[in-house]
Design a protein around this ligand. Structure first.
Ligand SMILES: [Zn+2]
Length: 363
């Protein structure tokens, strides 16, 4: 019963790490005061004037947690829902280059704060450096936090406007492969967090694609899903065959739902990722956020009986992107009860341990 649980995907960044124009409808300003946030929550709980209530609910949670004074507080808020010996991969977030305006505090300060928590919880926390290759001296930044502050791996967020095969990332991949450092990459098609600059900027960024991309009648969100497509990793994996890469969110709930309705669509990201984790030795996926919808539990359990992929699925929760506060505890418990101890132990312990292990250091 007592084994170390690994939650391989959580966030602790704060409101000061989010650019000014990130949330729609001037929500950032409205929610900046506790008064505004409370009014807004009450409104949401009583009436439903918005079509995307879930999304807005999430924004409120997002702002409320993000407003906590320190990343340490955000982390402790999350970790209290898990058994004492749980270990957490904390993914930093660099939103300076997503065309959404100025970020109140420097990204390096976010990393430094994370380095401080690592000192307080050296065993519990495995921090990941998010690298946006548009940031100057990316390799130096990355190496500094790995070597001097014991950070654990690389985080990528392609929908912000970069391709995983961007050549500026290659020296970092080389370094990660050499030192067995894991890479966790956001991978879902209809994500609300994407490049917020002009369409013309996006067309320009998309020119670096290795495949033809149809841009006709596409929204910015749809255009940005091209950056994060799982197929963009095939060239990376051919060039770095021993690089451990995790496609976070297993394509997202939206793709799971579509798969359940139309299982034979070859363009479905759930199907594509499932195929790729079976094919590439060091390709993984995590169930963070996606599994917050319990209607997918059965499909996950069925997948766990597939020998080719059941060692490639990782447990993660995507705290604090999920909807309500009680969810974090219930999420772990409900999933554990549904999957059964053997399956849960595999995704939350054995698989995560193998993926996260950067040397013989992790017991
Ligand atoms: Zn996440």
């Amino acid at each position: 019963m007592s084994y170390t649980i690994y939650n391989s995907h959580i966030h602790t960044f704060r409101d000061v790490d989010i650019p000014r124009k990130f949330l729609p409808l001037g929500l950032v300003r409205l929610l900046a005061s506790n008064f505004g946030a409370n009014i807004f929550t009450t409104l949401l709980n009583n009436v439903n004037p918005f079509s995307e209530k879930d999304l807005l609910d999430r924004y409120v949670k997002f702002i409320k947690i993000g407003k906590l004074k320190t990343q340490k507080k955000v982390f402790e808020e999350c970790s209290k829902y898990y058994p004492e010996n749980t270990r957490f991969a904390i993914l930093a977030m660099d939103m300076a280059y997503m065309g959404a305006g100025r970020v109140p505090r420097d990204y390096i300060d976010q990393l430094d704060e994370l380095a401080q928590i690592k000192k307080s919880y050296p065993r519990k926390i495995l921090p990941f450096v998010h690298i946006d290759p548009r940031r100057p001296q990316s390799l130096e930044v990355f190496k500094k936090y790995i070597e001097q502050h014991d950070f654990h791996g690389l985080k990528l967020y392609p929908p912000l406007g970069i391709f995983p095969h961007d050549e500026r990332l290659y020296p970092i991949y080389e370094y990660c492969q050499k030192h067995h450092l894991p890479v966790i990459a956001h991978c879902s098609p209809k994500n609300p967090v994407y490049y917020k600059g002009s369409k013309r900027d996006i067309y320009e960024l998309l020119k670096k694609s290795k495949n033809h991309i149809s841009t006709i009648n596409k929204t910015k969100k749809e255009l940005c899903s091209n950056f994060t497509h799982p197929y963009n990793y095939t060239s990376v994996m051919n060039d770095f065959p021993e690089l451990k890469i995790c496609m976070a969110h297993f394509g997202s709930g939206d793709q799971w739902k579509e798969f359940l309705e139309q299982p034979r669509n070859p363009d479905n990201w759930f199907s594509i990722i499932r195929k790729m984790i079976a094919e590439y030795k060091y390709f993984y996926t995590d169930i963070s956020f996606t599994m917050n919808d319990k209607s997918f539990f059965s499909l996950l359990k069925v997948l766990m009986s597939d020998e080719k992929i059941n060692s490639k699925i990782l447990f993660g929760s995507d705290y604090y992107m999920v909807e309500t506060e009680s969810d974090e505890r219930r999420f772990g418990l409900d999933l554990r009860a549904f999957l059964g101890e053997q399956n849960f132990r595999k995704i939350a312990h054995a698989n995560s341990k193998t993926f996260l292990c950067k040397s013989a250091l992790i017991p």
